[in-house]
Design a protein around this ligand. Structure first.
Ligand SMILES: Cc1cc2nc3c(=O)[nH]c(=O)nc-3n(C[C@H](O)[C@H](O)[C@H](O)COP(=O)(O)OP(=O)(O)OC[C@H]3O[C@@H](n4cnc5c(N)ncnc54)[C@H](O)[C@@H]3O)c2cc1C
Length: 391
């Protein structure tokens, strides 16, 4: 089934039908392959195309370019359902959607028509290029330069840890167009976003990083060596790139939080099943109060996290003034809770939790990075703290 239905027109039945289709896709196309893809570090392009056919390449992208036109609240439920099949693939789909949304919202008509019909199918993929070797949390300190030359800009620099690099067709690259700015010197104001096609001369990629988790999606450096793009490749306004990057991240944080919920819920479900099957000292583990209390805490944490994620998604849908704080709260809480729940599910499995074939250790490895990327959870506290102190 395709999900091209407008949010306004969405009835509870339609919403249920969409989620049912995503759950079916996650359980039949992702879950059975997740361990194998992780082991082989295989990025399943063919399955992503199937996700595109289901409408997942442009979940909250406008319908005039083939997007599904759903709300952020629907998207959060969809990412949670996808992550129950494989958090790594769900997370890549979330980054791809973030890139598509940045183009949909900030792009000219020509840019939207050039990229979005292809991106929504997931035959073409997107990558978000902000982080650099010397600038992660302090993103306004990036040094990748974009120097004007006639009607063109010449981009030079290195982007670090880029998800989907080497596979994507379009790279949203944040680069410094005002060389008089830098770290601590109006850094954010001198940054512009550019749409760089994969075949641009001078663009190359580092090797696929060897990682703890997220093995089924590539992470590489993106190297820009005097890459020439026309001025028409600027996304949004000259000097407006940092604002675009941060707005994209608000949604990205909710999406990644939802992926943590899905991975953790899957691990909790496995733990509940296991404590009924495993007997120690003549009794099922489910008879032990300490075990039941552990499960109770896990379920409570996840339910609280889900409420924060839903509220933050609604804040984006409604354009709430404190949207950045709400997204940071949801990301901080849900990614911490998600990791802890998965880790406790591993503990409840004893030694078997440590074996690859049970799948729990993979989810623990995958969810760990959600506490680091799209802004570390310390940076989430910086954002929340600023909101609290300045309120
Ligand atoms: C698998 C993976 C995929 C990624 N994908 C992408 C991508 O697609 N695109 C992209 O642009 N980036 C991507 N990233 C980069 C990611 O967003 C950064 O790693 C992250 O923002 C942290 O930056 P850093 O690694 O430079 O750490 P640093 O900024 O060096 O931080 C190091 C530590 O210091 C803490 N810290 C830093 N500043 C403060 C402060 N002011 N107060 C308190 N603590 C602080 C941090 O929380 C962290 O614990 C990815 C990273 C990984 C690991």
């Amino acid at each position: 089934m395709s999900m091209t239905v407008t949010t306004d027109a969405l009835s509870a039945e339609e919403r249920d039908a969409i989620l049912q289709a995503v759950r079916e896709f996650a359980s039949t196309r992702l879950a059975p392959n997740a361990l194998d893809w992780d082991r082989r570090k295989h990025f399943p392009r063919d399955v992503l195309v199937e996700a595109g056919e289901l409408g997942l390449g442009g979940i909250y992208i406008s319908e005039d370019v083939g997007g599904s036109g759903l709300s952020r609240q629907d998207a959060a439920a969809i990412f949670e359902a996808l992550a129950m099949g494989d958090p790594t693939i769900a997370a890549y789909v979330s980054i791809h959607n973030m890139v598509a949304w940045m183009i949909d919202t900030n792009g000219t008509d020509a840019q939207r028509r050039e990229w979005l019909p292809r991106l929504v199918t997931m035959r073409d993929l997107g990558a978000y290029c902000l982080t650099e070797p010397g600038a992660g949390s302090d993103a306004a300190a990036i040094t990748t330069s974009a120097i004007p030359d006639g009607d063109e800009y010449v981009l030079t620099g290195v982007k670090q840890f880029i998800s989907g690099a080497g596979e994507a067709s379009v790279y949203v690259v944040m680069a410094r167009t005002d060389p008089s700015t830098g770290s601590g010197n109006g850094g954010a104001k001198g940054i512009t976003a550019f749409l760089v096609p994969a075949d641009a001369p001078g663009l190359s990629f580092g090797p696929n990083e060897q990682k703890m988790g997220w093995n089924a999606q590539p992470t590489r450096q993106v190297i820009l060596d005097e890459v020439r793009v026309p001025a028409s490749a600027i996304l949004g306004e000259l000097g407006g790139g940092f604002r675009i990057a941060m707005k994209g991240l608000n949604g990205g944080r909710v999406n990644i939080a939802a992926c943590s919920l899905g991975g953790a819920q899957w691990a909790l479900d496995r733990a509940v099943r296991y404590v009924h099957e495993r007997f120690t000292f003549g009794e099922a583990l489910s008879e032990r109060q300490s075990v039941v209390f552990t499960l109770a805490d896990m379920a409570t944490e996840l339910t609280a996290a889900r409420a924060l994620v839903r509220d933050a998604a609604r804040a984006i849908d409604e354009g709430a003034p404190d949207v950045a704080v709400q997204c940071a709260m949801a990301k901080r809480f849900a990614t911490d809770a998600g990791f802890e729940v998965a880790n406790r599910a591993l503990q409840l499995h004893g030694g078997y939790g440590y074996l690859q074939e049970y799948g729990i250790e993979k989810v623990v490895r995958d969810l760990r990075v959600h506490q680091i990327l799209e802004g570390t959870n310390e940076i989430m506290r910086v954002i929340i703290g600023r909101g609290v102190v300045e309120a």
